[in-house]
Design a protein around this ligand. Structure first.
Ligand code: SF4
Length: 382
């Protein structure tokens, strides 16, 4: 059988040299075992732009090949997202129905913090249906001092169920990030949304640097970083290139990267504009997923908002492009999602399996032998 490298051998242009650098051999392509994460090979803005310009099939082939070098093939991680405080957000994100700035037009009904018991019940349902991670989102600029004990309790209770935890609560200072880390939070989501240049078209109540500062605080606390984008907000391809470049400029690429396709919501400034002028081609969203997979090979690339409007074939292309995570359940924070039964059927048809949550590390108790003075650790039973 012809080697994959032969696809790249006849030409000498830089695009194909990127492919040749990344595709090691035929055997890599068919390897289904997990390999140790490696640093991104792509680093410069020019290289990212060249990837975006590749013929789509070349791009998909490269993305799927790199995906299989870093993750088990045909396995997807599934998360469930719950809004723990909805609406009346003081930020003015131009795409979001939860912003208090767009409330008069979107008519979204705000909800106060929901009770811990209700969150735990939702987490149990999520686990029973196969989710390995439970994500909790609150429409805050940042958590207040009185919110912190509530979110700390949620993290501890959800982790007790054997689920990974993720939160998205707005901006965090270093102390708040440490409190969440100490409670055992696994992931913190804080999307960059788009390029630094386009960001001011999206939100005016905070800056790109505010966003990066929170991501730094999360990274420094030891919590895994989840940070993605929203494509189709009227940004250019240059903005999508710059967003990928921002990920690569971080000390470490986010462990989880949601690539959202805008769900245009009537009554929001960006939603109204996209509804009037038309949205982005789905294939450009697929390209963005593939480039993200190639540039951040050991990150989970997540399909998030926008899936409900896509056909089976379009979603299949997204998995081909290297996406290996998605949200399960009929609702995201406030927008609809693909139906769970539809997801189960599609996974069966594609031969995809669910990844289970990593087992929790055992609790260790330091023990000091009074006679010998020797220190050791005892494993506590759950
Ligand atoms: S995206 Fe988040 S921060 Fe922005 S308005 Fe919506 S809830 Fe608030």
């Amino acid at each position: 059988m012809a080697g994959l490298l032969s696809i790249t051998e006849p030409t000498e242009n830089i695009n194909n040299s990127i492919i040749a650098d990344n595709i090691k051999s035929d055997s890599d392509f068919f390897t289904n075992t997990m390999q140790a994460p490696t640093a991104p090979i792509i680093g410069s803005r020019e290289q990212i732009a060249e990837l975006f310009d590749l013929p789509l099939m070349d791009l998909l082939l490269q993305a799927q090949t790199i995906h299989r070098q870093h993750f088990k093939a045909n396995e997807v991680q599934i998360s469930t997202l719950l809004s723990i405080k909805t609406g009346n957000c003081p930020e003015d994100c131009g795409y979001c129905s939860q912003s208090g700035h767009h409330r008069d037009k979107t008519k979204l009904e705000a909800e106060k913090r929901i009770d811990v018991d209700k969150v735990i019940a939702a987490a149990k349902r999520a686990k029973a249906t196969g989710s390995s991670r439970f994500c909790m989102g609150a429409a805050w600029k940042h958590p207040s001092a009185k919110d912190m004990p509530y979110v700390v309790e949620l993290i501890k209770e959800v982790k007790e169920l054997g689920l990974e935890t993720c939160m998205t609560l707005g901006m965090l200072n270093p102390d708040q990030a440490t409190q969440l880390a100490d409670a055992g939070l696994d992931y913190y989501n804080h999307n960059l949304d788009t390029s630094r240049r386009y960001y001011e078209q999206v939100v005016s109540t905070r800056s790109y640097d505010d966003r990066l500062n929170t991501l730094d605080n999360v990274r420094n606390s030891g919590i895994n970083v989840c940070s993605g984008n929203i494509v189709g907000m009227g940004e250019s391809r240059d903005d999508r290139i710059d967003w990928v470049h921002e990920l690569l400029k971080m000390p470490k690429a986010p462990e989880s990267i949601p690539v959202n396709l805008l769900v245009p919501i009537a009554g929001t400034p960006i939603g109204d504009k996209v509804l009037a002028e038309g949205g982005l081609s789905v294939l450009e969203w697929i390209r963005t997923i593939a480039v993200t997979r190639i540039c951040c090979p050991s990150s989970y690339v997540r399909l998030s908002a926008g899936r409900e409007s896509l056909s089976d074939a379009e979603q299949s292309l997204a998995f081909m492009a290297g996406a290996n995570s998605f949200f399960y359940g009929d609702k995201l924070l406030t927008t609809g999602n693909a139906s769970q039964s539809g997801d189960d059927r599609l996974m069966r048809e594609l031969g995809l399996t669910k990844q289970f949550a990593a087992p929790r590390a055992p609790k260790l108790l330091p023990v000091l032998d009074a006679v010998s003075g020797h220190e050791s650790q005892m494993v506590l039973a759950d």
